[in-house]
Design a protein around this ligand. Structure first.
Ligand SMILES: C[S@@+](CC[C@H](N)C(=O)[O-])C[C@H]1O[C@@H](n2cnc3c(N)ncnc32)[C@H](O)[C@@H]1O
Length: 225
């Protein structure tokens, strides 16, 4: 068996713990403590997060999309693939090293999405970007953790609680979509979305294409027009 080679370690701003990037042959992995956050071989549901959202926005031109966070760039690449040439995508990533890793080691995995002229990178907390923009986004795609339960960052709970969801509601344009990736279902989160006036749909997607691997959950929550 080919051994793993460590390519980098990065502190997570504001938290205890670090992210570790490893490589084994053509496979890449980002871990947080004992948990694998991302593996380059498994990204069906990360792709689906963007694809499902963009399909629902097909009649909207010049989309303005926010992706949080970057990870290995699969969700970002899928947002670019499934939207038109006049779309703009802002990707918000908390950990500076993750942006460097994408430039130095990982870019080829998803077709170098950071080089696309439609992309802007914001290093920082996606919560701040959401809070500083009212009626700005056609879509906000969130895959910053294991889901509404958090894992790498307790403060990501600010995104998924009532006040966080209200901020997202105000940051979206009417008809805009909040899409959230999760390791599994969460009834409480669905209830909170509905309480915040989102029209909410929950979709189960597979981690490996086609129709293989673990079942992950994606919420597609639309701000009414
Ligand atoms: C599971 S990965 C995302 C995977 C990504 N969807 C892909 O396709 O590769 C989660 C990413 O979110 C970042 N992150 C965590 N909390 C964040 C926050 N509050 N704001 C922005 N990025 C965050 C992490 O550093 C990590 O790069």
């Amino acid at each position: 068996m080919i051994p793993w080679q460590e390519l980098g370690k990065a502190h997570i701003p504001g938290e205890n713990g670090e992210l570790i990037l490893r490589k084994r042959d053509t496979e890449y992995s980002i871990r947080f403590a004992a948990t694998e956050l991302m593996n380059s071989r498994v990204h069906g549901s990360e792709d689906a997060l963007a694809e499902l959202t963009c399909k629902r926005l097909q009649n909207t031109s010049a989309l303005n999309i926010l992706v949080g966070g970057l990870g290995m760039g699969y969700t970002l690449a899928a947002a670019l693939e499934h939207s038109s040439s006049d779309t703009h995508v802002t990707v918000s990533e908390l950990v500076p090293a993750v942006i460097s890793w994408n430039r130095e080691h990982l870019g080829h995995l998803a077709g170098f999405p950071l080089n696309d002229p439609r992309v802007s990178v914001q290093q920082g907390d996606v919560v701040k970007t959401i809070m500083s923009n009212k009626s700005e986004w056609d879509a906000i795609l969130l895959d910053v953790d294991n889901g509404p339960d958090g894992l790498t960052r307790e403060s990501n709970d600010r995104l998924y609680g009532m006040s966080g969801l209200k901020n997202v509601f105000y940051a979206l344009r009417p008809g805009g979509i909040l899409a959230v990736w999760s390791y599994g279902p969460d009834e409480g989160f669905t209830r909170r979305l509905k309480k915040c006036r989102f029209q909410t749909e929950t979709v189960t997607v597979r981690s490996r294409k086609p129709g293989k691997g673990r079942r992950h959950t994606i919420w597609l929550a639309t701000k009414p027009r």
